[in-house]
Design a protein. Structure first.
Length: 338
């Protein structure tokens, strides 16, 4: 039986239901021009019509420099010599090129204000979204669902909207419909609040894309006698997620993006979240409609102190910004709501 730990956790749950936190924004300076003297570095290009400038070649669709050792990339901030031989779509004459890895747009700021993070690499001039059909999804056809991880200050949605506006996917004044809430936000417990959020949203109007999280409130409020994937609390949450995906498919929803939490700081809570993760990921994989699973642990790795509150349960402003950057990268790569 859980006694002290469970009581503490339930206290967190009650606190999260009423928490409204304000976080300071952190400004990050960036330069208008890339550094290293090569203004086209990592700009999108076409091998048949390349204009990469002196010292660069168009390889694998991007302006870069062939390299045989790390020193060849030293003139580019944060760049390393990366082997691309496993990329079947790349037929460039050399197997290694200078590149800059990233998990969020801010990781590319040392290159220029125009570089963005696409699929884990910094690029200028757009990612795969450049080939997407514009205007296929109206702003109010994207709905956000979830618990306090999104709803405590709704900044993840706000930052995502900023990114969409900067890429031309949203017009000034357009907003996504954010139904995430700090109350009524479980998958299965206490009336399945996330399902109620979806019911309210679909009653308002058609939905084409759902961006959601869920399961954290169930774990905070409920408890497992033995923490495992067989815990009734966790299997009920996964079962409700499957039922919700079926409802969405029946209603004509075209895409779900399921963002799942980074690891919380409390060991017991982290163990339950870890047991729930594969259950919900499987539900997403087997969904009757396309479901993109986004594991935020890789975004938060090494940044937990600045990206999460002291309990490790909800993002700070910096964490919300990183959430949005990673989610936008997924949306861009998948031509979702572009």
């Amino acid at each position: 039986m859980r006694i002290e730990g469970g009581a503490i956790r339930r206290a967190w749950g009650r606190a999260l239901l009423t928490l409204v936190a304000l976080f300071a924004f952190h400004c990050q300076s960036s330069r208008d021009e890339p550094t290293g003297g090569e203004t086209h570095f990592l700009q999108r290009c076409s091998e048949s019509l390349s204009d990469c400038g002196p010292g660069l070649v168009c390889a694998c669709g991007v302006c870069t420099r062939a390299c045989a050792e790390p020193s060849a990339c030293e003139s580019f901030p944060e760049a390393s010599c990366v082997t691309r031989s496993e990329d079947a779509s790349c037929e460039a004459p050399s197997a290694a090129y200078c590149d800059v890895s990233c998990i969020a747009d801010q990781d590319c700021a040392a290159l220029s204000a125009q570089h963005r993070c696409y699929d884990g690499a910094c690029r200028m001039g757009g990612g795969s979204a450049s080939a997407c059909t514009s205007g296929a999804t109206e702003a109010n056809e994207l709905v956000v669902l979830g618990d306090s991880f999104f709803a405590v200050d709704h900044r993840t949605t706000a930052f995502l909207e900023d990114l969409a506006r900067s890429r031309g996917a949203l017009s000034p004044g357009e907003r996504y419909r954010d139904h995430s809430s700090v109350v009524g936000n479980t998958l299965a417990l206490l009336g399945a609040g996330i399902g109620d959020q979806y019911s309210a949203a679909i009653a308002e109007g058609p939905i084409r894309v759902v961006l959601m999280t869920g399961g954290g409130a169930d774990v905070l409020i409920g408890a497992c006698e033995v923490i495992s994937e067989e815990c009734a609390l966790l299997t009920a949450a996964a079962s409700e997620a499957r039922a919700l995906f079926q409802r969405m498919a029946d209603d004509g929803v075209e895409q779900v993006i399921y963002a799942f939490y980074p690891d919380p700081s409390d060991p017991e809570l982290r163990a339950e979240i870890s047991a729930l993760r594969p259950l919900l990921e499987n539900a997403c994989d087997e969904s009757p409609l396309p479901c993109a699973w986004v594991d935020l642990r890789r975004v938060y790795a090494g940044h937990e102190e600045t990206y999460l509150n002291v309990e490790g349960t909800v993002p700070t402003a910096e964490g919300a910004r990183a959430n949005a950057a990673d989610l936008w990268s997924v949306m861009s790569a998948g031509c979702i709501a572009q």
